[in-house]
Design a protein around this ligand. Structure first.
Ligand SMILES: Nc1ncnc2c1ncn2[C@@H]1O[C@H](COP(=O)(O)OP(=O)(O)O)[C@@H](O)[C@H]1O
Ligand SMILES: [Mg+2]
Length: 414
């Protein structure tokens, strides 16, 4: 099949997987489906394009469909509908062993009765490839396990076993390497080291890596492109910095770091700004930082972009502010996390870097929280956001705020 696309380019087109109520179950029986009566939609019309040679991370909470997606790419799970394309070629119907794809699992799945060399050699021997020894030794060198050839995997540490699993997959020269939470079983320090190793190896072999994780820091450390997945769909895809600085949805804003999200209403345009009313105050957000110009919105600002001062007079020109009281202060060494209860009924999270300059602010202090509009972002909201608060699980919930009323005050210093 002739194709314009590079061999390692992976495309998922409208990929869907529904597990029926009678569907066969894998894994631990404690797994619960979202709606067991009519089955569960694990992957929901997923469209995704993974550039050849990229280090791509699929990031999302447990149960959002990451493993199911990988299994459909590997051919271990049959899609309910949709297609899997590799290098422009439709591989949806191919048997797993016919696909130029290998998978590394969290559970290594090494052969305990074979030594390290034979574990890595396994795929080559099965295919009757010549010069097994040369290729295996090059792979063991790549993962820095030279000299371990004759060890049994059970004698190795977790990190070493994961390297064997990597070598065993890479020796087959797949066009795409799938990694399903491969570092999940390692302790934090080892995980950091293996993240650097994975990056080095990917750069050396140049193969497309699709790395699944629920750890946002790991995804941001490793990947040049991150896709944030939620409930079987991709919410946003892009370079880590872009996702962090300008999230597209409330879910992304709170899954990648944390965000303050103020429920408000758009009141019009002023030059290059969108004017927003929230909690009886006026705010503005640059049009270029707005995902919507519609009415109900969420005005977002990251906790580290908010500063605290003692009085409104100290708020820099052009900044916007809310005043309140410090309700909680958590000292974390590199920063202090404050919770500010504003007079408007909103709670704001504020991270103050421990730069040795700013004094710590005692709980109970009256403060003014301020930020520059260019650090804010605007997301589409729903009518229920205003007044009821939102709770995306990991972030700061905005609770019990009154809806915007008449006589709103200008919240910008000028
Ligand atoms: N074989 C299966 N049968 C029924 N439901 C399944 C099966 N595999 C996964 N699921 C369900 O599909 C959803 C997505 O699972 P999974 O892809 O494992 O998520 P993740 O890897 O992101 O944690 C979950 O609700 C899970 O319970
Ligand atoms: Mg999984």
């Amino acid at each position: 099949m002739a194709s314009e696309e590079p061999a390692g380019q992976l495309r998922l087109v409208d990929l869907t997987k529904r597990f029926g109520p009678t569907g066969r179950r894998f894994g631990p029986t404690s797994r619960r489906s979202a709606s067991s009566g009519s089955g569960v939609t694990a992957v929901d019309g997923l469209d995704l394009s993974v550039p050849a040679g990229s280090f791509f991370a699929l990031l999302g909470p447990s149960g959002c469909g990451k493993t199911t997606t990988l299994r459909m790419v590997a051919g271990l799970e049959e899609p309910t509908s949709g297609r899997v394309l590799l290098g422009g070629e439709d591989i949806t119907g191919l048997r797993p062993y016919r696909r130029p794809v290998n998978t590394v699992f969290q559970s290594y799945a090494l052969f305990p009765h074979l030594d390290v060399f034979e574990n890595v050699a396994f795929g080559l021997r099965r295919r009757g490839v010549p010069d097994v020894a040369g290729q295996v030794r090059r792979m063991l060198a790549l993962v820095q396990l030279d000299g371990y050839d004759r060890q049994r995997p059970t004698r190795l540490s977790g990190g070493q076993q994961q390297r064997v699993a990597l070598a065993r997959a890479l020796v087959n020269r797949p066009r795409v390497l799938l990694l399903d939470e491969p570092l999940g079983a390692l302790d934090l320090a080892l995980r950091r080291r293996m993240q650097l190793e994975l990056q080095r190896i990917q750069t050396e072999v140049g193969i497309t890596f699709v790395h699944v994780t629920h750890d946002q820091e790991e995804a941001m450390t490793l990947a040049d492109t991150v896709a944030v997945m939620n409930a079987g769909r991709i919410e946003q895809l892009g370079p880590p910095a872009e996702l962090y600085e300008f999230p597209a949805t409330a879910f992304v804003a709170n899954f990648l770091g944390r965000s303050n999200l103020l429920a408000g209403t758009v009141r019009g345009r002023g030059g290059d700004d969108v004017l927003v009313e929230a909690y009886g105050r006026r705010f503005s957000v640059p049009v270029a930082r707005s995902r919507t110009l519609g009415a109900p919105v969420l005005l977002g600002v990251r906790p580290e972009k908010v500063r605290l001062v003692g009085a409104v007079e100290q708020v820099p020109d052009g900044h916007q502010w809310l005043d309140g009281t410090v309700g909680d202060a958590v000292y974390l060494g590199v920063s202090t996390q404050y919770l500010v209860r504003t007079g408007q009924g909103v709670e704001l999270s504020v991270f103050a870097a421990a730069d040795g300059e700013a004094p710590r602010i005692p709980v109970g202090s009256a403060v003014v929280a301020h930020w520059h509009p260019r650090h804010a972002f605007l997301l589409a909201g729903t009518d229920t956001d205003t007044g009821t608060g939102i709770d995306t699980g990991t972030g700061t919930g905005i609770g019990g705020a009154a809806s915007a009323g008449a006589g709103s005050v200008e919240a910008t210093r000028s």
